[in-house]
Design a protein around this ligand. Structure first.
Ligand code: RIB
Ligand code: CA
Length: 328
């Protein structure tokens, strides 16, 4: 597998398919992709994760309408491949997102007909070796697509996953939420990762925690607002609500999980990655959903991905806030 630290060669614009479970950090990541002129976003598929599918779909449709985006939007899987559904509503609230004030307006964009997995397959087939699949929720849709279209991994320019960790988890002591929510899907996706021409990359908890959102970023985005109900105010209130989760635990800032891999796509020079063998634990009583990352490759194992190790969090957040201020 090629070991690169930059988006796949030849991608004049970075061409993306986004699979997501909005959540606020998903919304932040999605807004960066829609705003960055170097990105061509082919489609968005929604997967159950932070909240059950009807709720994350509603969030996605209302976010899409609020921004007036035109990227086609599909509903994907409503449950994990095998296990009972787990969500992050205990942390993120019933809607999977918190706000300190302004709510998302009710107006919602229409969904495309058909299933998001089929749309993902068709979109990637239509642009062979050009699209990087960015997955920032549980990997259910990606696993279903790989199972339905076994040639799909070989047609990707790359796979970028926000998920997993090299050590401690954020949902169990050793499992990160996106992997824990559907471990079978994650195991099936990483089993195919070495077949992806441009490589697979894992942005886990450790690197995402180096990218922190805090009051200064809320203030900068709120300053772009002209009244308490405009897009900038609504977005800033949700960022504030997301950071509130950390404040209630005694911290002053929150990890910006899903925007982190988006920043790598735009500025790989702010990151370091290392080749690794990533496997997903399925049977451990206490370790189910753990990503087991072997960095001693190829000596100890054949690599199947690159794992992100470090990020320049200050540069990432300065870039992200500036980009968003231009569009909110
Ligand atoms: O563990 C963080 C991940 O879980 C993020 O993608 C967040 O949106 C939730 O889905
Ligand atoms: Ca997410």
């Amino acid at each position: 597998m090629k070991s690169t630290t930059s988006p796949p060669a030849g991608a004049a614009a970075t061409e993306i398919w986004l699979d997501t479970d909005p959540g606020f950090d998903d919304w932040f990541a999605w807004a960066l992709l829609e705003t960055d002129p170097a990105v061509k976003l082919h489609g968005v598929s929604v997967v159950a994760g932070n909240a059950p599918l009807p709720l994350v779909l509603s969030n996605a449709q209302r976010i899409h309408a609020l921004h007036g985006w035109r990227t086609p939007l599909w509903a994907g899987a409503d449950r994990p491949l095998v296990q009972k559904q787990v969500t992050a509503q205990d942390v993120l609230g019933s809607m999977g997102m918190r706000t300190v004030g302004a709510a998302l307006p009710e107006a919602a964009s229409a969904l495309q007909g058909g299933h998001g997995v089929d749309a993902m397959i068709e979109g990637i087939r239509a642009h062979p070796r050009r699209i990087t699949l960015l997955a920032i929720g549980p990997l259910t849709n990606v696993a279903l697509a790989f199972a339905k279209a076994p040639e799909l991994p070989s047609l990707l320019a790359g796979l970028v996953v926000m998920g997993g960790s090299q050590g401690a988890g954020n949902t169990t002591p050793v499992a990160e939420f996106n992997i824990y929510a559907d471990p079978e899907a994650a195991a099936q996706v990483f089993a195919q990762a070495a077949r992806i021409p441009g490589g697979a990359r894992m942005f886990g908890i450790e690197v995402c925690r180096q990218v922190q959102g805090g009051d200064v970023h809320v203030g900068a985005l709120r300053a772009a607002s002209r009244d308490a109900r405009d897009r900038a105010a609504i977005f800033a209130d949700h960022l504030d609500g997301y950071i509130d989760i950390a404040r209630r635990r005694g911290r002053m800032s929150a990890p910006m999980y899903d925007p982190t891999p988006v920043a790598w796509l735009a500025h790989p020079e702010w990151f370091s990655l290392a080749p690794a063998r990533v496997d997903v634990e399925l049977t451990g009583t206490y370790t189910r959903g753990m990503t087991v990352c072997e960095l001693r490759v190829p000596r100890r194992a054949a690599p199947n991905a690159e794992v992100a190790l470090s990020a320049d969090g200050a540069k990432v957040m300065d870039w992200a806030v500036e980009l968003l201020r231009s569009t909110l």
